[in-house]
Design a protein around this ligand. Structure first.
Ligand SMILES: *Cc1c(COP(=O)(O)O)cnc(C)c1O
Length: 435
């Protein structure tokens, strides 16, 4: 499988190169040269397949022969060590819980898969790799956990100061070992911009061998299609009614874009809802056909505070820049913090279920779509565990949330971070601390 740059100004590369580079030299995102739907033989056996088998078949064409079958299977087994339950809340609404991994957000899947791919590619190399990653809250923790203690890999996380939740900040700053946290004065988009600039800074290349672990990296982005398959398989087993609508709380749009890939591969999900907070660049685009990024604003669903979603270009490509085709498959709505708080209360009161603010945004989008499309069975993605947003959730539902062991264990750890203000600061840090 080859990947080409969506800026069309760089040569196509194989999977390994795409993973190592993260972003193409022309600053474009990599995109697979072809996407082949899974064959009938796959669908004939689909309901009886294990999750590991499904994941293997799904990712195989994207990896090509660059990782031998046995190693790829091992990577999948080590990535998918936790569950992806579907919890039904009502007769036609369920939530897909994606927070059972070590850092309790859906990003563990991509983070763990990517870390192991890079580990495989570096198996006999003595050269150190620096993974540079911008986070709006959850990516950093997932990537840090995926790479913790991996030989030859150093992880540097950039996060917006004061704009991640206290527990997220602990997950970023207490790992130690090969993980470093840099707190940036600014918003997530500033962090993302710094990372992109660093990749293309020729003068850094003699100090550092950089790669990215944001959803711009294909090894982070593509495995996120796995759980759409697991979810659809489960719905089919339960024989719930067709068609299925999936609502995805979206920020940088990597998750929903992986859902679209699953659909390209033949997965029968009829409709997607891109649910956003007040950072509404995508829903505005769906309204008027103009993609006009805005500076991100801070909300209670902070992991979606993205004003310029990177994966938009991939979505545009998937639908051939055709807004009409996109609208057939996807709807998009934006919600305020007030609506999100009310949704958390409603979900708790009506279904005795505690949703986090991101899941609540997903719920709102699903409800809105199903008002007009009541024939669908709806699933909203619970992208993080409510404990990651403890203050917000407890305030909304007026009840204490139980702290799971993954989080309990970091509460008393010592936090360590360095503050930076500009790209120059980042560059200086990377040079001064290079090994
Ligand atoms: C990252 C994140 C999102 C947004 O996902 P994208 O792939 O960036 O659209 C939503 N919810 C949570 C909890 C997240 O951590």
């Amino acid at each position: 499988m080859n990947y080409f740059s969506l800026n069309n100004n760089a040569t196509a590369v194989g999977f390994e190169k795409a993973v190592r580079l993260g972003l193409a030299p022309d600053r474009g995102l990599y995109f697979p040269q072809q996407i082949t739907p899974l064959p009938d033989a796959f669908w004939d056996k689909f309901l009886g397949m294990s999750r590991h088998e499904i994941a293997f078949k799904v990712i195989k064409q994207f990896v090509g022969d660059e990782i031998p079958q046995d190693n790829l299977m091992e990577i999948i087994e080590q990535t998918l060590t936790f569950d992806f339950p579907i919890v039904e809340l009502d007769k036609d609404i369920a939530t897909l819980e994606l927070f059972h991994g070590p850092t309790m957000a859906f990003k563990d899947v991509g983070g763990r898969f990517m870390a192991r791919c890079l580990g495989y590619f570096n198996r006999s190399s003595t050269e150190k790799v620096t993974v540079l990653v911008a986070t709006s809250g959850d990516t950093g923790g997932a990537v840090a956990s995926g790479f913790l203690g991996v030989e030859g890999v150093e992880v540097i996380i950039l996060y917006p100061k004061g704009k991640v939740s206290p527990i997220q900040e602990l997950q970023l700053t207490t790992q130690g070992k090969n993980i470093t946290a840099l707190e940036v004065t600014g918003v997530f988009d500033d962090c993302q911009e710094m990372v992109k600039t660093a990749f293309l800074d020729e003068s850094l290349k003699k100090h550092r061998n950089l790669t990215s672990a944001n959803s711009i990296n294909v090894a982070r982005w593509l495995p996120q299609s796995f759980y759409y398959f697991f979810a659809a398989q489960e719905l089919m087993k339960r024989k719930v009614r067709n068609p299925y609508a999936f609502s995805v709380p979206s920020g940088n749009f990597g998750n929903i874009c992986a859902g679209f890939i699953a659909r390209e591969l033949g997965l029968p999900i009829a409709h997607f809802i891109a649910s956003t907070n007040q950072n509404d660049t995508f829903p505005r685009y769906m309204e008027n056909g103009i993609f006009e990024p805005k500076k991100s604003v801070q909300t209670i669903s902070n992991a979606m505070d993205v004003g310029n979603p990177s994966n938009f270009v991939r979505i545009a490509k998937l639908f051939n820049q055709d807004l009409f085709r996109l609208k057939n498959v996807c709807s998009s709505y934006s919600f305020t913090d007030k609506e999100t708080n009310i949704a958390m209360q409603e979900i708790y009161k009506d279904y005795n279920y505690i949703a986090d603010p991101h899941g609540a945004v997903g719920y709102l989008g699903l409800k809105k779509y199903m008002e007009k499309n009541p024939d669908h069975y709806g699933v909203f993605l619970e992208t993080a565990h409510p404990v990651k947003f403890l203050d917000v959730v407890e305030k909304a539902i007026k009840k204490k949330v139980e702290i799971p062991p993954q989080i309990q264990k970091i509460l008393n750890k010592k936090s360590k971070k360095t503050s930076i203000e500009s790209y120059q600061d980042l560059k200086q840090y990377l040079i001064d601390h290079a090994v």
